[in-house]
Design a protein around this ligand. Structure first.
Ligand code: HEM
Length: 530
């Protein structure tokens, strides 16, 4: 039955209702009146019940996530095929959750919008988060993805800047297109993401009908220590559905939380949402034959060359029992991997891996991993970590001498485990310490291919959205955006330019940005702009 306040039956008798207590376990005899000197008199300060109640209320909120503040959480399981397409998966990864056909692993998932606060509209044009926590027998694995396959930037050092440009203006506190496109016009690697985000894909119809992508490149490791580069893709069984700006305006006119509602109600009805998980793979080495860098998260891997192959299915079967405990306090991070899965050298991924647990120690507290939603379910936890604010349990191993919270020890302390197989894996890497952009940026080609793949109505929607928003930016920003779009695709550049009253001749004189180095091919396109 739906847990809905409106569906509760007739009023139960006084005696059948449980008695209210304080958190100390004291029964509360009067929850309507403070203790005062006389009926109208001043309140007394020793009133423990009142102080506990009001001071806990004063602390009800924790800081909202700096990004992805609004979200919906659900629980379910992942069922593995045991295969990567037709091949046994153990050839590529020793991760146990993938190993055998039919193997089930519990999951928690959080879908989210990115920029708005925690009560903001779920019909906003914004990427959607798609974060999955797999409670495996080897501990937790978090796959923290988005509904769009690429991202705005390729180096984590630019993340605070891209987010500041998208967040509200620090003075007007409004999201300002002029600020967004000021930043994007100086960030050519964002073009591929922009063509996605400002097309209808930028407003998913709801959470059940959107894709999920790992976006960053990870590695799989097999029992021999051999590594492959991989990308993860979730495909919704219900198909992909999006909203135009006009559809979205109608939805948010009456409901800011339609996507959370849709997910919650479909699970309560027993219509369990499902996604198939596909994996793309390539050898773990440099790939000079490709016209993009496989560690660059502004790029997709062409599916005709790197075929996504099925590895399992995700099914969501239950809702949260408490929003704060299981949604506000759930914590995902890209550093949370299990044996058989590894990082790549993707320069976003390392930055993300620091950022998630750093923010969670601040946002939730240093013992956030002790909370039930974050702690492993199938795996043992035995650490020598003690204390800290809100410490709840002690991670004692079975048989551990509770006096010994250090390692090494021969008097009953914890010991190190054995590496499952190899302690060294992947290719040998050498290089000088440096600060450099990756050599192969190719910022426009895939953005142009994406534009060409759109249906006509999607192209029209994209162009219309760009014109409406970019027209609010300063003229030099408008001109630079048209210059980029002409390099992305002649038609896109011309149509946006037409809407803004800017021709190819108006922008031909612009030099490439000093942060970019165009390839021969791009320089040739530049000399024939429009
Ligand atoms: C949330 C940082 C890029 C997906 C967050 C949070 C931070 C963060 C600080 C808040 C976490 C929390 O409070 O629990 C970064 C940094 C990035 C980056 C530094 C780049 C260097 C990305 C990318 C994706 C992504 C490329 C998609 C693949 C998410 C998701 C969440 C999130 C889904 C919400 C997790 C949840 O539901 O709790 N990110 N992020 N982020 N990020 Fe990122």
């Amino acid at each position: 039955m739906m847990t809905d306040i409106a569906s509760v039956g007739p009023e139960p008798s006084e005696q059948d209702r449980p008695v209210l207590t304080t958190r100390q376990g004291h029964p509360v005899y009067d929850n309507q009146n403070q203790r005062t000197v006389g009926a109208r008199g001043p309140a007394t300060l020793e009133n423990y019940h009142f102080l506990e109640k009001i001071s806990h209320f004063d602390r009800e909120r924790i800081p909202e996530r700096v990004v992805h503040a609004r979200g919906a959480v659900a629980f379910g399981h992942f069922e593995a095929t045991g295969q990567w397409g037709d091949e046994p998966i153990e050839r590529f990864t020793r991760a146990k959750l993938f190993s055998t056909a039919g193997k089930k692993t519990d999951v928690a998932i959080r879908f989210s919008t990115v920029i708005g606060g925690r009560d903001s509209s779920e019909a906003a044009r914004d990427p959607r988060g798609f974060a999955v926590k797999f409670y495996t027998e080897d501990g937790n694995w978090d796959l923290v993805g988005n509904n769009l396959a690429v991202f705005f930037i390729r180096d984590a050092i630019k993340f605070p800047d891209v987010i500041h440009s998208l967040k509200p203006d620090p003075i007007t506190f409004r999201q300002e297109p002029a600020r967004i496109f000021d930043f994007m016009s100086q960030t050519p690697e964002s073009m591929h993401m922009l063509v996605n985000l400002f097309s209808p894909r930028g407003i998913p119809a709801n959470y059940r009908t959107m894709q999920g992508f790992g976006v960053n490149t990870y590695k799989w490791v097999n029992a021999e220590g051999e590594t492959h580069l991989v990308k993860y893709h979730f495909q919704p069984r219900a198909g992909v559905k999006s909203l135009t700006d006009a559809d979205a305006a109608n939805v948010q006119a009456t409901d800011l939380g339609h996507a959370s509602k849709d997910l919650y109600e479909s699970i309560e009805r027993g219509e369990y949402p499902q996604w198939d998980l596909y994996v793309q793979m390539m050898s773990d080495e440099e790939h000079p034959e490709l016209d993009f860098d496989p560690l660059d998260d502004t790029k997709v891997w062409p599916e005709n060359v790197f075929e996504p192959k099925l590895v399992g299915t995700l099914t969501l079967t239950s809702n949260v029992s408490d929003h704060h405990n299981q949604n506000e306090q759930i914590a995902f991070g890209t550093g949370v991997l299990v044996d058989g899965l590894d990082f790549s050298d993707d320069k976003m991924l390392v930055g993300r891996t620091f950022s998630y647990s750093d923010t969670q120690r601040y946002r939730v507290g240093p013992n956030y991993l002790q909370l039930p939603v974050n702690s492993p379910k199938g795996a043992r936890v035995a650490t020598n970590q003690r204390g800290g604010q809100m410490a709840y349990g002690v991670d004692l191993g079975e048989g551990q001498n509770p006096h010994v919270n250090y390692e090494p020890s021969i008097t009953g302390g914890l010991r190190e485990g054995q590496y499952p197989t190899h302690d060294e894996q992947g290719p040998v890497i050498t290089g000088r310490l440096t600060r450099k952009r990756i050599p192969l940026t190719n910022d426009y080609k895939q953005a142009g291919e994406r534009y060409q793949l759109l249906e006509q109505w999607e192209k029209d929607d994209l162009v219309g959205n760009f014109v409406t928003l970019i027209s609010q930016a300063a003229r030099p920003v408008q001109e630079r955006m048209v210059w980029h779009f002409l390099l992305v695709d002649d038609e896109l550049g011309q149509r946006v330019g037409e809407g803004l009253g800017i021709t190819a001749d108006d922008v031909r004189h612009l030099e490439p940005l000093n942060t970019q180095r165009l390839s021969e091919e791009e320089l040739a396109r530049l000399s024939n702009l429009g």
